[in-house]
Write a protein that binds this ligand. Structure first.
Ligand code: FE2
Length: 260
């Protein structure tokens, strides 16, 4: 999108919601509440991921993507090539999170707790998750996982993100969210969100998530249970992004556990 047009849209978004990019926390909460969580849960159980279409409006997506080039509001920047993570860069938000991100993180967490707890039970893991995000973050913080993990990623042509798992310490909430902030085919080409699933004694399965601008991918962080003939077994998942062919691609990632 042309810079002027984008700027115009941002101003419009800010006018609608004083206090930050479309920072209407009540609207975000209402939108999260309106999601068909029964379908999301069923798809998470069946394949380890689900798409929530239009979780953010295009104005909100533009407003968040534009935060990337602000100096303030971030605790660190990672240049992926320096760590062997791929090519491209991302920044971790600092606390307090932008109101829209905070609202999304707080509202989505309780909608996913039942799946997280059921997965843990089925995988024979003892940890259970409390029903609100503040209580879970308190647990992370007491264990020294105090740094915020929500992040903003920016990809330019040739950039990509190697398959990985977003683990930042002992405490791991098993589901996370990523929202695509640009339109495939218009703002960028390539750069597909890819997941792999490693099954015991079987070949690895690859999955491409068909995201559009403003859509959220809700997906397994690390592992999930699968029903087999002799009971449940665990599969391991990873996610990444294929090479961007042209344009710019931004994503906001919402991870529920904080980092050590
Ligand atoms: Fe990630």
């Amino acid at each position: 999108m042309a810079a002027t047009l984008r700027k115009m849209k941002i101003n419009e978004a800010n006018m609608c919601a004083p206090g930050g990019p479309a920072a209407d926390a009540a609207a975000i909460r209402a939108r999260v509440d309106a999601v068909d969580w029964t379908r999301v849960h069923a798809e998470l159980d069946a394949q380890g991921w689900a798409i929530v279409p239009h979780l953010l409006t295009h104005l909100e997506a533009d407003a968040i993507a534009d935060l990337y080039h602000q100096e303030q509001g971030f605790r660190s920047q990672v240049i992926m090539s320096r760590h062997g993570f791929g090519r491209g860069e991302y920044k971790y938000f600092s606390y307090p999170l932008p109101p829209l991100i905070q609202a999304l993180r707080t509202a989505a967490y309780p909608r996913l707790v039942s799946v997280a707890n059921r997965w843990h039970e089925r995988m024979g893991k003892d940890v259970r998750f409390p029903h609100d995000l503040a209580a879970f973050l308190d647990r992370c913080h007491r264990a020294g996982q105090v740094r915020p993990t929500p992040l903003l990623l920016e990809y330019a042509p040739e950039d990509y993100n190697c398959l990985h798992r977003d683990l930042y310490g002992e405490h791991v909430f098993p589901i996370q969210i990523a929202v695509l902030l640009d339109q495939p085919g218009e703002d960028f080409e390539g750069g597909e969100f890819v997941m792999t699933e490693q099954r015991p004694r079987m070949q690895t399965r690859a999955m491409v998530l068909p995201l559009r601008k403003g859509d959220a991918a809700v997906f397994a962080v690390n592992s999930r249970p699968v029903t087999g003939v002799r009971g449940d077994y665990q599969v391991k998942l990873s996610h990444g992004v294929s090479k961007l062919l042209s344009g710019r691609r931004h994503t906001v990632g919402i991870i529920f556990h904080d980092a050590a």
